[in-house]
Design a protein around this ligand. Structure first.
Ligand code: SF4
Length: 283
């Protein structure tokens, strides 16, 4: 990663950003699909900064790479993670509407809803810019599942800064999120900023944020009640006769079937929606 957020060790531990060639990735995907793979998740920090070279030595962005991968007939679903708001370009946003193999899911860490904290984090975007990306995406794919990361109690975070994070969360309404208390990392710039916030206050802020995020997660999943969803089966569930899989929105889905299922993809009618999964009946 080349971003050097002030709290993060990744650029020091993993080194500079590097993009594999388009050909290498497409060949690997083809070989996986020949062995039965139906879904590919492109992983990288930050994956949407991808700039690999194609056969003609032309630099291709992530939207271009996904377009190439989507041509593989046996491949049905593509996801990418983790993205940085600064690299969320219009090609990629438009592809969510234009390419049906690209899952309607985006993990786009915002970290804080306060511009001054974002500046101290060296994130190099503002809340307004983040919200503009969300707005563009929702105009293309209204029910896109939006996911994010949050750090609570970053050095210098005031009550007002934290309230601004809550305001952002309430405005966006996330389908899922990961939230953590700030913890120091040796060698990072943020480690040199004095942190006056008591652990108890950090805990309280984290609980307040997580209560809202968990509620939003349930509400998002409940918007699928009664609907038909396609599920790629990932294996057996915890109980006998139970199978588990994932939807295109990256939700876990569970259903029962008495017997051996030869298919690896089914349609379910969602009958129950919880924080961490959907329950459905096989159609
Ligand atoms: Fe890079 Fe993400 Fe770490 Fe920032 S938080 S430096 S974008 S890996």
């Amino acid at each position: 990663c080349n971003k050097f957020c002030s709290f993060c060790v990744v650029p020091f531990t993993r080194g500079a950003e590097y993009s594999r060639s388009v050909e290498e990735i497409v060949d690997e995907a083809k070989s996986l699909c020949e062995k039965g793979c139906k879904e590919i998740i492109l992983l990288g920090q930050n994956v949407n900064a991808y700039h690999g070279i194609n056969k003609n030595k032309v630099q291709i962005n992530l939207a271009g790479l996904i377009t190439e991968l989507a041509k593989i007939t046996k491949l049905e679903r593509i996801t990418y993670t983790t993205s940085h708001p600064r690299d969320m370009n219009d090609d990629l946003i438009n592809l969510h509407q234009d390419n049906e193999k690209l899952n309607p899911y985006l993990h786009l860490p915002v970290q804080s809803g306060s511009d001054s904290i974002l500046k101290n984090m060296n994130r190099k975007y503002t809340v307004k810019q983040y919200l503009k990306i969300i707005d563009k995406l929702r105009k293309k794919v209204p029910n896109i599942a939006l996911s994010s990361d949050f750090i609570v109690g970053f050095p210098g975070e005031t009550k007002k800064d934290f309230q601004e994070t809550l305001n952002l969360v309430k405005e966006v309404k996330f389908a899922q999120a990961y939230s953590f208390k700030y913890s120091r990392r040796i060698g990072t710039r943020a480690n040199r900023i004095k942190c006056a916030l008591a652990e108890k206050e950090k805990d309280e802020r984290l609980h307040e944020l997580q209560a809202i995020l968990n509620n939003q997660k349930i509400q998002y999943n409940q918007s699928f009640l009664g609907k038909k969803v396609e599920v790629l089966i990932k294996g057996k569930g915890k109980k006998e006769k139970q199978y588990r899989g994932t939807t295109k929105w990256m939700q876990s889905a569970i259903f029962e079937y008495d017997g051996y299922l030869e298919r690896n993809k089914v349609n379910l009618k969602v009958k129950s929606a919880m924080e961490n999964c959907l329950l459905g009946d096989l159609i």
